[in-house]
Ligand binder design. Sequence first.
Ligand code: ZN
Length: 547
Amino acid sequence: MPASRAVLFFAGWAALLAQPRAPFNESIRRGDLEADLSFLASDSLRGRLTGTAEYLTAARFLEARFRRLGLQPLGESFFHTFSLTYSRLQPGNRLQVKRGEALRTEAGLSEDFYPLFFSPSAEARGPVVFAGYGIRAPQLEWDDLGGNGMDQRLALILGGEPGAEDPRSRFDGLVTSIHADPLRKALALQEHGAAGVLIVNPADSANGVRRFAGGARGYWPEKPPHLERYALSAWAERLHIPVAQISPALAQSLLGSRRLADVVKQAEKAPWTPSLLPGAEIDLRVRLSRHVIEDRNVVAKIEGADPALKQESILVTAHYDHNGAEDGQIYNGADDNGSGTVGLLEIAEAYALAAQQGQRPRRSLVFVAWGSEERCCGPLLGAWAWTENPPWPLDKTVAVLNMDMIGRDEEVPENRGPRFHGLSPQTAASNANAVNVLGFSFNAALAEAARHANRAADLLLRFRYENNKSNLLRRSDHWVFLQAGVPALWFHTGLHPDYHTPNDRPERIRYDKAEKVARLVHQLSWDLANRTEPLGKARRTVMPDVD
Ligand SMILES: [Zn+2]
């Protein structure tokens, strides 16, 4: 390192070391975390499921606490509201394949096709164009929709994304990227002039016809599912063309002499040029009833002290929803994510106490309890609703610090099963003082700031799972902000055998550890709110090694 840079380097460290301990950091106490969690994760809140009375009770509790702490709302209310859409299958869904004048074959509902939950009730008729994965991602130099537009024909596309098993894939390596989302694909195809969309999953083709029919019947069960499928209404309302999943057998019949497996291989390698499939026309009709519910994030702020910098914010966040109760069993969600939610309350309180003493950070702090993080499909609905219509401008958001599961020790059993897909076996004892930090590969300066803030908390920070088959990187709300270019970190003590089971209960939480993590996040948020050097944007320049 040249001398001049070395001097700057040490000067930078001296400035960092001079940063004071965040005021009232010690006010974040395990006893307070436990008291709040004993309510939020109690049986009486019945697992805080989206759309239930108990979920609303949790939101009102958080609102009341923000208010009592003397925090301010963003705008009129502590609630940032948004709408979710869900659907029910109605009579009249139909898919016909027409070859020549006389020959019409009827595809069986739940045998060869089924409408996707976010599809509008709509019809499409015409020839079919195959468009590879149906992905338009110019920033990644990938476009399957090139050329002249779909010209009101139906698009047949592959589900997922190319290179799903390739750690060096431009589509987020082993992590499933945003571009695999079927609703996003359908909107892009609509914009490109498609009259309707048919999706075939390449994995279904590998596993045979029977597997498709089994999955298809489960997709629209007779009895409404315990965990409803929701789409952000703002997105669903934009879609006007019908979208259906089809079987590999039906896709093969549309492809004619080209084998589906060969087409998949080719579409993996390079962007597809849309090609007309001769000989067949499709008549698709989707009939679903749509229902809308209101949902909410709970939001509060502490205004910064610097007249100019207070326009910028640090977001401290945690989702408050979980998976409800079913068949007499309550999914309390104490770790997931009662723990992060009560951590959020303690951090907000530390800022409120400091403000009462006239100690405010230079930038503003925004505290967000996300709604509907857990809800399929895709999840993170509260965070998506935020970026869709940001209550605080994204370009004035310096960083997002997200807590989701901060109260246990990561434990991956030897015979780990699908829940732990992609993770190596490890004992709880080996992670007793550890917390995973995800999102670090998108902004090196933020990762460094986290290391520095840890000097008092003295946790073992594990920077891992950034390019991992578990898909952990995209499994909490910070991920939405990374997609928008906002630097974000997720603090996460890891999966364990009680994850998403009725055993995720408050008495199993390590409150001493949750206290340490919340103090770390508080310290980091304070450091960032007072920071002089710019952090810059979130961008993955180098794909991290598989971990
Ligand atoms: Zn969670």
